[in-house]
Design a binder for this molecule. Structure first.
Ligand code: SF4
Ligand code: SF4
Length: 323
C-alpha cells in the first residue's frame, strides 16, 4: 500500500524545529517507515517545481515551522495549503509568531537600518539596502529577492491551519504523538493545540512550594541570582510565565532551573498571554504605595520582550504602528 506523503517546510525560523524532528532519534525510523517524506528542504533536495507539479491534497500532512515574514514564505505556505490535506503549525513561530515576531516592535525600515547600517559590526559605507530587484549589466538580466514584509505574521494569519504543535521547539514525545494520531486518524477537533489545555503551573513540581498567597517585594532577574532549584520562581520574585502558559512541555526549562518564557502559548481561555501575565504580576506585588509599586515594576527592563517573547504577532497588540 502507498505510504501517506508528508512534507516539512520552514519559514522565518532558526532551524530548531527541524532539529526537533532529528531529535526523534530512533523513532525517526518509525516515521520514515510509515510515511513518504516528499518535502524537507533542510535535509533533502526537493525542488519547488516538483511540489508545484503535485496534485492538490497530494500530501496527507505538511508541518510548517516559522513565522511568515517574506513574500516567498507566504507563497510557499499558500501553495502547501493547496497541496496538503492537513496543515500543522509546527513550533512557536508558526503558532504564535515566536522570537522572529518580536521584530513587530519595529517596522521594516527600522529593521533594515539596524541590520544594514547602525550595528557596530556593519560596514556599509555606500548605505546599500537589499532590493527586490537589481538590474545586472546588459544581456545578463536581473536578480530578484522576495519582498520583506513590514509585519511578521503567524501561519494562521496567512493560511487556514488545522492543528498546532506548540513549543520552541516542540518536544519529541509530542511530535511522535501527533504523527501517530495523524496516521491513525485519531485527531481532536480542527484548530486544537496538540497538547494538554492546562496552565504549566498545574503540572509544575514547584507549585507545591508556592505559598497560598503570593506576595513579592522585589523582582530579580535570573542572571542576577542563583535560583533555589526546589522553589517556585515567582515566589522568589523571579518572573516565570507558568501561570499564563499552556503545559505539556515536560517543564523543560524549569527542570534546568530556568523560569518559563511561554513558548507553549496560552491555554484556550486566555485571550492575550502578555496581558494575562501582567495581571498576575500586578496582583502579587506586595504594596499599596504607588511609588513602591512603580519601583518594583521598573525592574522589568523589557516588558514586551519578556511578556510577549513568543506571542507578539498573535497578541491583541500584534505590532507597533506600521511603516
Ligand atoms: S510560576 Fe513557574 S516555577 Fe512557579 S509553579 Fe508556575 S511554572 Fe512552576
Ligand atoms: S518551560 Fe515554558 S518556555 Fe520552557 S519549554 Fe516549557 S513552555 Fe516553553
Amino acid at each position: 500500500m502507498a505510504k501517506p506523503l508528508v512534507g516539512f517546510y520552514w519559514c522565518a525560523s532558526c532551524g530548531g524545529c527541524e532539529e526537533a524532528v532529528v531529535d526523534l532519534a530512533e523513532d525517526i525510523l518509525k516515521v520514515v517507515d510509515a510515511v513518504d517524506i516528499r518535502l524537507w528542504p533542510v535535509a533533502m533536495d526537493f525542488k519547488r517545481a516538483d511540489v508545484e507539479a503535485m496534485p492538490d491534497k497530494a500530501f496527507a500532512v505538511c508541518f510548517i515551522n516559522g513565522a511568515i515574514r517574506t513574500e516567498e514564505q507566504e507563497e510557499m505556505a499558500k501553495m502547501l495549503r493547496k497541496k496538503a490535506g492537513l496543515i500543522v503549525a509546527f513550533g512557536a513561530c508558526a503558532h504564535l509568531g515566536g522570537i522572529p515576531g518580536l521584530a513587530n516592535v519595529a517596522n521594516r525600515k527600522e529593521v533594515f537600518e539596524t541590520a544594514y547600517k547602525t550595528t557596530r559590526s556593519t560596514v556599509n559605507p555606500d548605505g546599500k539596502f537589499p532590493k527586490t530587484e537589481v538590474q545586472l549589466s546588459e544581456g545578463i538580466g536581473k536578480l530578484t529577492l522576495p519582498e520583506f514584509y513590514d509585519t511578521v505574521k503567524t501561519l494562521d494569519q496567512t493560511i487556514d491551519v488545522d492543528y498546532y504543535l506548540p513549543g520552541c521547539a516542540p518536544p519529541p514525545d509530542l511530535i511522535m504523538q501527533a504523527v501517530t494520531a495523524i496516521l491513525q486518524g485519531k485527531l481532536p477537533p480542527k484548530g486544537s493545540v496538540l497538547t494538554v489545555d492546562k496552565a504549566l503551573c498545574e503540572t509544575c513540581e514547584r507549585n507545591k512550594t508556592k505559598p497560598d498567597t503570593l506576595a513579592i517585594k522585589d523582582i530579580k532577574r535570573i542572571s542576577e541570582v542563583i535560583a533555589d532549584p526546589e522553589k517556585c520562581f515567582l515566589a522568589e520574585g523571579i518572573i516565570c510565565l507558568g501561570p499564563a502558559t499552556r503545559g505539556g512541555c515536560g517543564e523543560r526549562c524549569i527542570n534546568a532551573n530556568m523560569p518559563c518564557r511561554g513558548c507553549f502559548g496560552p491555554t484556550k481561555e486566555v485571550k492575550d498571554m502578555g496581558a494575562k501575565f501582567l495581571s498576575s504580576l500586578a496582583s502579587i506585588i506586595d504594596s499599596n504605595d504607588e511609588k513602591e509599586i512603580e519601583k518594583v515594576a521598573d525592574k522589568v527592563i523589557d516588558p514586551i520582550g519578556l511578556f510577549y517573547m513568543y506571542s507578539l504577532p498573535s497578541s491583541i497588540l500584534r505590532r507597533k504602528k506600521g511603516e
